[in-house]
Design a protein around this ligand. Sequence first.
Ligand code: ADP
Ligand code: MG
Length: 342
Amino acid sequence: MATLTLNRLCKRFGTGAPAVHDLSLTVEQGRFLALLGPSGCGKTTVLRMIAGFEQPSDGSIELAERTIANAAAMLPPEKRNMAMVFQSYALWPHMTVAENIGYPLKVRGVARERARKKVREALDAVRLEAFAERRPAELSGGQRQRVALARCLVTEPDVVLLDEPLANLDRHLRQEMEEAFREFHARSGATMIYVTHDQAEAMALATDVAVMAEGRLLQMAPPEEIYARPEGRIVGALVGRGAILSLPHLPGTDRLLDWPVLQAAFRQCGEGLPRADILVRPQDVTLDREGLQAVVTSALFEGERYALRLLLGDGQTLRAFSRQPVREGEAVAVVIRAGWRL
Ligand code: ADP
Ligand code: MG
């Protein structure tokens, strides 16, 4: 099993704050890890260290219990059995689709019949059987990306690295490609490490999400867990929709707070008690006469429902959904069924 381990990994460029700081995580073979974080937080640098294009300043990288990089030595990229899919696809324009996909096999001296078979399988895996003889210029953006994926599939890598591969595609194509990535992952059995700043993409694709900010790992967990139990304000704000309320901290309460506790907290707002950040998801807010007074500041029609932004009497903002039409400026009352203390 080719488990990938990053062990207290650091990367410094020059003198400023390190691009990656003391980052440790383990990815078991066959997992699909999304590295999620805002632009500039160090995602690409982590990926490039895993690939072997950058050397760690400190810490180490292990693959299948073997150290492949540390500050003293590193295994060159071509010896790591990894494949990196670039955003630009990097296809050879003068070669056909089949030739592009077969190129890594040719370089490795794989026998022609065997290479042909592998190329056919890879074409099939990305559903491009009918396009084998076309050239990249004759393909759409999504099809080119599939070719790039197929080319990486033929080498049977242990680890596939993808750096924001969908950033240049339109929304419709992104959805189609998300499905292609999931299928590709299921078929190849490879470990995938997928860099993105798009939380919806990370949640939809990955088996595990690692949230980064300012070079550090804040939390790593399956998407459902990151969504339900985010650790701290940054993760809470980055993952999923919601609003963060600042309310008096009532000692002795659980982290998952219900309406009676929240109501009690609202009542003690003026009393100078220490405060806590409470994340409230829109689906946990219902319009209900028994609740807090609020004003609808925006109502966005999403087809199935309206997505609302609400202003509470104390100036804090909430998000909610409503199936019934709601107008901007309307006064409503809301009950918060659940909140999560960050
Ligand atoms: P992300 O991919 O999350 O947007 P990067 O890993 O590209 O972030 O960059 C993290 C930080 O490291 C940024 O501040 C960036 O300017 C810096 N950085 C990245 N590569 C280099 C480099 N080759 N030389 C100097 N600074 C770099
Ligand atoms: Mg980047």
